[in-house]
Write a protein that binds this ligand. Sequence first.
Ligand code: CU
Length: 105
Amino acid sequence: MRHVTSMTMVLLMAGLLMGTAACDQKADQSRTIFTVEGMHCDACSTSIVTTLVKVNGVEEAAADHEKGTAEATYRPRTVEADTLRAEIEKLGYTVLGMETEAFDG
Ligand SMILES: [Cu+2]
C-alpha cells in the first residue's frame, strides 16, 4: 500500500514539472495577423512588408491592401507582436486588431 502511494506521488510530481516546463517555454515561431486601416494600394502594402522584414526576428511578412491585413511570421524569443504593431503604426497606418498563433518547431 505504501509503495502504491509513493508511486502516485512521483507521477503527480512528474506531471507538475512537465506542466511548468510547457508554460515557460515560448514557441519557436509565431504568426500574427494584423488588421490594418489606411492601406489604399500596392505601395502601401509593399511599404509595410518592407518595414516588417527588416525587423530583427521577422522571417516572413505579407500584406494585402484589399483585405486590409498584414501578417508576419517571426521568432517570439527575438521580437514581440507589439513591436511589429508599432512599426506598422510608425508608417502612418492604424492597427485595429492582432491575432497571434504560436507554432512549435
Ligand atoms: Cu497606397
